[in-house]
Design a protein around this ligand. Structure first.
Ligand SMILES: [Zn+2]
Length: 66
């Protein structure tokens, strides 16, 4: 396992600051050969929400007290 497999890595979403930071961290991790850190960044890239792209506020549904 020496070659980098870009196809398996999640791509950053443009306009997402979290993605930008994560990919920068991931590049740094690749440079130093820290594959564990690379894997963590990939998990974070896949796992964090991009709710604003769907145009809905997840907290805005449900109980509306009036
Ligand atoms: Zn993102």
């Amino acid at each position: 396992m020496t070659a980098r497999d870009d196809a398996r890595e999640p791509a950053p979403v443009s306009g997402c600051g979290v993605c930008q930071v994560l990919v920068q961290d991931r590049e740094l991790a690749w440079k130093v050969g820290n594959l564990e850190a690379v894997a963590e960044r990939n998990v974070a890239l896949r796992g964090h929400p991009h709710g604003q792209a769907r145009g809905g506020n997840p907290r805005d549904g449900g109980r509306g007290g009036s």
